[in-house]
Design a binder for this molecule. Structure first.
Ligand code: UDP
Length: 474
């Protein structure tokens, strides 16, 4: 292996592993580099099964025994853990350090320092210390957008900073950005700054800011303000290399009836509704959403998932989540199409009949929607989704937010607001037209970036990574 070598080290969660995997595939297209993804055995096995047989991406394992850390056996991914064990899991990941350093040392022995670049996850800030010790170039790949990341980093770095009574909180690092109390992450609101979650995150963020560069799956022209904030708080060069195409493994059982439904409707007339790969809304809010969709009068595809059990006390019968006769009625009227399970989202969003997306505003969904020029009805539930929605509404003018958070009062005006938002975003008012115009301009700009700014940013990143000598790193 004598080519320049990128060593990718994602945090052990699907929302991190998948973007890193997509990044690896993007770099692989350049054909000049050796690429290795390093992770724990079960995650490596999963990645292995998604790799095409002729792929040049290497996978390497780091040993990890979850039961030694008070976690259930074979817990190697947040997906298999309840929320209350996340912090124990965060802390356990720091024990990967000796094995990681050993692996890096072996690579250095084979090919020298200057031919290796670590691309680590933000949650593995400690790898900055490993890289410095071993004299290797280090960069961080941030898997959320710039605007949301800048806000979240600032919040964690300055916890505790907030009194519950504030309605609008100016951020310490950039007071020009004000966030509403309802946009605060629960863990931050209840933190005194000394709890293990805050201590862990503050440390990983601070260490990551001592890296050499940040890579983001975003577009320079799309997130000018967010990137300004992120450069300001990190004091690092930030390379926007997106949108990186997502290749999320799909279920084998998807029929193409969704395609027939879209084909049978006029251009830009269908609303697509989805809350991402892992979130669902409570049953009472599903009821309101269903009523609003029906009253909105537009055709829709809704990817529907059982309400979260912790909120709904174990109700799991579909009848209870939806108004009586809803599915039969909307099917008969040919107004709606429900997908129970997994939908081919990128394909749906790129179909000409799709006119708007009611979304939880996960970053991948945002990129997939905007790169097709599809405006958004925002229903952010938690974390960065809240700030993605805020940015799209306030900075870009391509989103109307109708609900926020996971509480009982998340959907402020019930089904009527769903209906009104559909009329606004998809209807004939000047405001709606303006929103669609803006979304369509963003689509052109994002398509241009793939051959323009994002392509150049990737070249610049690779150039810096491999032209930096040991002396530069000291
Ligand atoms: N996705 C999909 N079909 C579904 C649900 C999700 O293809 O039924 C994909 C979607 O296209 C996106 C990813 O899963 O690429 C979800 O990522 P996002 O960041 O939007 O949200 P998360 O699932 O991480 O909350």
């Amino acid at each position: 292996m004598d080519r320049e070598h990128l060593l990718l080290f994602p945090f052990m969660a699907q929302g991190h592993l998948i973007p890193f995997f997509n990044l690896a595939k993007l770099i692989e297209q350049r054909k000049r580099f050796a690429i290795t993804i390093v992770n724990t055995p079960l995650n490596i096995a999963k990645l292995q099964s998604s790799l095409p047989p002729n792929s040049a991406i290497h996978l390497m394992e780091l040993p990890f025994s979850s039961s030694e850390h008070g976690l259930p056996p074979n817990s190697e991914n947040t997906d298999s853990l309840p929320l209350h064990l996340f912090t124990t899991f965060f802390q356990a990941t720091e024990t990967l350090r000796p094995a990681f350093e050993h692996l890096v040392s072996n690579i250095i022995q084979q090919q020298g320092h200057n031919r290796l670049c670590i691309v680590a996850d933000m949650f593995f800030g400690w790898t900055v210390e490993s890289a410095k010790k071993l004299g290797v170039f280090h960069s961080v790949f941030v898997t959320s957008g710039a605007y949301a990341s800048a806000i979240i980093f600032s919040l964690w770095l300055h916890t505790p900073l907030l009194a519950e009574s504030y309605d609008e909180v100016p951020l310490i690092d950039f007071p020009e950005v004000k966030i509403h109390h309802s946009q605060l992450i629960n863990a931050i609101v209840s933190s005194d700054g000394m709890d293990p979650t805050t201590v862990f995150l503050r440390q990983q963020i601070s260490l990551s800011f001592q890296s050499s560069e940040l890579l983001l799956n975003t577009v320079e022209e799309l997130e000018r303000e967010g990137l300004r904030l992120l450069r300001n708080i990190s004091r690092l060069p930030v390379w926007s290399i997106g949108p990186i195409a997502s290749t999320v493994p799909s279920s084998d059982h998807i029929s193409d009836s969704w395609m027939k439904f879209l084909d049978s409707n006029p251009p830009a007339s269908v609303l697509y509704v989805s809350f991402g790969s892992q979130n669902a809304i409570p049953a009472s809010q599903m009821m309101e959403l269903a009523l609003g969709l029906e009253a909105g009068g537009k055709p829709f595809i809704w990817v529907i998932r059982a309400p979260p059990r912790e909120i709904e006390d174990g109700e799991d019968d579909r009848i209870v989540w939806l108004p009586e006769g809803f599915e039969d009625r909307i099917t008969e009227k040919k107004q709606g199409f429900l997908v129970h399970g997994w939908a081919p989202q990128p394909e749906i969003l790129s179909h000409p009949s799709t006119g708007a997306f009611l979304s939880h505003c996960g970053w991948n969904s945002v990129l997939e929607s905007l790169s097709q020029g599809v405006p958004i009805i925002g229903w952010p539930l938690l974390g960065d989704q809240l700030f993605n929605s805020k940015m799209m509404e306030e900075e870009m003018g391509v989103c109307v937010e109708i609900a926020r958070g996971r509480g009982a009062d998340a959907l402020r005006n019930g089904w009527k607001w769903v209906k009104e938002a559909i009329e606004l975003v998809m209807g004939g008012t000047e405001e709606g037209r303006e929103m669609r115009r803006k979304a369509s301009k963003i689509r052109e700009m994002m398509a241009g970036a793939l051959k323009g700014s994002s392509f150049k940013a990737m070249e610049n990143f690779l150039e810096t990574a491999f032209s930096t000598t040991m002396n530069d790193l000291k």
